[in-house]
Design a protein around this ligand. Structure first.
Ligand code: PLP
Length: 403
């Protein structure tokens, strides 16, 4: 933990236990070396034209001052309809929804609103990097449940062991980053039963809900049994509409919990960008064919990157959701994931994210790196060309070290 220490008496202890984001830092490293950035998960292509036009129009139409803090009413109404139609979750636009500055804020605000210092929160590992600092800042005591490759599903006994009457919450992320897995319906049912037995809350990050391949489907845990009474569902606009820079997402939760999230959100950010909230209504009005197109194009991109990585000698954990591929790099003979990620950036010209950033126990991710494929086909093809030389160059490096 001390490796993250900022040595200054005026810095609070709560920021001494995690570094700045490794994922986001790899974008800086990629830019520095002019490498193709397959690290951070953001598209290198434009969002749908309709919503870009709607954003420009919203500014011209005068939506330039604060919106209602917990979201512009027209957006909350559109979100409520979407939650009903797609997630099968009933909400009242005025009582159950908070529009936030991304799923990032939604998760932090949700934990700050519900978790007291010392409360145990179950977190599956590997996890999306943010969940670590989210736990530290909210004072949660994380209880990690491993997801073992290649399937990345939790073991029933270990999951049961992690819960007890003092468990405050579980963070669920399905479809998952970095695993690229959806939790099966029996797994979600088990989590739901454990929450109900132990009076725990489920905080569920579903921002990849529209990116599921191989005929699998998305289930929102809030729809199981009485889980709507104890679930905060987080969905976002960043990934589905390729607008990661707009910083828009939302929570759906029972009224008292929503009231608590509103308070944190209000004093943390006041609110999300008003004109972009208006444009997000246009996003939610896109026809269902948009989501089919999104899934099919990402499915194709998955194929391009998978085949490039496999040809280059990576052992890939084939994802069936989201837009990431976790890989095992043991065969390349590197000391750790950081050494490999920097080498790949400099020598091959492609940047991944070191796998240890998804683990609390860094040892577990030391021989893994994650690649992201929300990129134009031409970008992925260019990356494939560069990656083709990986195995030979890595072998040459090992030979040079031995000599
Ligand atoms: N949650 C998960 C699981 C993610 O993978 C990401 C981004 O990579 C985020 C949240 C961030 O979402 P947002 O851009 O809405 O803050």
């Amino acid at each position: 933990m001390d490796t993250y220490r900022i040595d200054h008496p005026l810095v609070a202890d709560r920021v001494q236990h995690f570094p700045e984001s490794v994922i986001r830092d790899m974008s800086r490293v990629a830019a520095e070396h002019k490498a193709i950035n397959l690290g951070q998960g953001f598209p290198d292509f434009d969002p749908p034209k309709e919503i870009m036009e709607a954003a420009k129009k919203a500014i011209d139409d005068g939506y330039n001052q604060y919106a209602v803090t917990w979201g512009a009413p027209q957006l909350r109404h559109a979100i409520s309809s979407k939650l009903k139609a797609f997630n099968k979750i009933d909400t009242h636009p005025d009582q159950n929804i908070v529009v936030t500055c991304g799923a990032t804020e939604a998760m932090m605000a949700s934990l700050l609103a519900t978790v007291d210092p010392g409360d145990e929160v179950v977190i599956f590992e590997p996890f999306y990097e943010n969940f670590g600092p989210d736990a530290v800042v909210s004072g949660a005591k994380p209880v990690h449940v491993p997801l073992h490759e290649p399937e990345f599903q939790p073991d029933e006994e270990l999951l049961k062991k992690a819960f007890h009457r003092g468990t405050k919450a579980v963070i669920v992320n399905t479809p998952g980053n970095p695993t690229g897995r959806v939790f099966t319906d029996p797994t979600l049912k088990l989590i739901a039963d454990l929450c109900e037995e132990n009076n725990a809350l489920a905080v569920t990050d579903e921002i990849y809900e529209h990116m599921i391949y191989d005929g699998l489907h998305h289930t929102s845990i809030a729809t199981l049994g009485d889980m709507h009474e104890r679930t905060i569902t987080i969905c976002g606009f960043s990934k589905t509409y390729s607008v990661t820079g707009w910083r828009l997402a939302y929570t759906a939760a029972p009224k008292p919990i929503t009231d608590a999230i509103k308070r944190v959100h209000d004093f943390l950010t006041v609110g999300a960008a008003h004109p972009l909230q208006i444009a997000a209504v246009a996003a939610l009005e896109l026809p269902s064919s948009y989501y089919d197109w999104l899934r099919d194009t990402y499915d194709k991109k998955r194929g391009i990157l998978l085949s490039a990585l496999e040809k280059a000698g990576f052992k890939c954990y084939r994802p069936n959701a989201a837009y990431y591929i976790m890989t095992d790099i043991t065969d390349f003979g590197f000391e750790d994931d950081f050494a490999f990620a920097y080498w790949l950036t400099k020598e091959i010209g492609v940047t991944p994210v070191p796998g240890s950033s998804f683990f609390a126990d860094k040892e577990k991710g030391k021989q893994m790196v994650r690649f992201a494929f929300p990129k134009k086909e031409e970008t992925l093809n260019a990356a494939a060309e560069r990656l083709a030389g990986t195995k030979e160059k890595a072998e040459a490096r090992v030979k040079a070290e031995v000599a």
